[in-house]
Ligand binder design. Sequence first.
Ligand code: FE2
Length: 397
Amino acid sequence: MRMDFTIQIPKQILFGEGTVKEVPQLAKEFDAKSGLLITDPILSKIGLTKQVLEPLKETGMKIDLFDQVEPEPTLKSAEQVVQFARKSVYDIVIGLGGGSSLDMAKLASISITNPEPITDFVGVKKVRKPGIPKILIPTTSGTGSEITMNSIISNKQEHLKMGIVSPHIIADVAIIDPLLTLSMPPTVTASTGLDALTHAIESLMSIDLNPFCEQLANKAVRLIFQSLPTAYSNGSDRTARQEMSLASMLAGISLAISGVCAGHAAAYTFTVTVPHGVGCALTLPYVMELNAPSCLPKLAAISEAAQVNETRENNEKNAYNAVQAVRKLMEKVNSPLSLKQIGIKETDIDSMAENILKVKRLLAHNPKTLTIEDTRPLFNRMFKGTALPLSDYKKIN
Ligand SMILES: [Fe+2]
């Protein structure tokens, strides 16, 4: 467990039902005369965008709308956002939506102050100057984008995701209003909720876990096991929505500080065409199994948070129970458990097993150093949906 760590998260986080109403006041505090709202076409269609736009217009602020963010934005679609943002002068950027919209709002903010092409920002700390102030408002419960310093772009040519990772893109304010998640359909509730679970569990497995994140992530795991099935089956249950929003925030903070590991790295090899949450969830039980011998006590602790622990002494059995509990939760919310199920071809296994090894930024957090000898069988199991038996959970001495 790391006893040295840095916390880089938004300066202000507003959590609670109705907090979205604070946007005009916050814009005033930033002395913003003109703003850009970035979102996706669905939120405009269902009228959620109006909840942010109208009160701002009433204050006399000039506010432009870009509502063409695509799911899993490609470089080409990111360029369209940047072009739009650089066309006028803005004092503030507001991102509203799921991870893709929030990631694009972060990118817009730094693109206004940094004239370079987007590809120059890809990597860790490649952005020279802070962006203009940004307020990020999630309408899903899971991606954690409102908290982190990451903005992810799909590279279709290389079949990989590229990360812009910079403290300059952290939100100035994150507004987490659970009421905005009530309109989320069950499939999105499941995929984003499981993404949050992946953030929590992967940050717990991370070699950069610290005592602060350990508390947050375990609480997030507990809340997700408790509330995701209800939020999925009854989207208007406000308690379940509130708990999922809280879990997502806690998991997002843990991810932002301790990092995620092989699960997200594996997902980056095929989520160019598959939604991020679906892909990350799919990898989770397999990566937990793979890492189990290297971090048994941590997985055993997850069994407590998931309330499936049997005995304090037997780490192997409890770690095994934790993995099976994740599988059961995924089944409950109809989340796919194999690559085969989501249309990935068996012939792609070799390239995915090689591509994951390129995601060094995330694999650096993994408790087990991976080679092609690990990743080929890993993708084979993920393809077929094969679980490892309890006998494979033996601790490495
Ligand atoms: Fe994620």
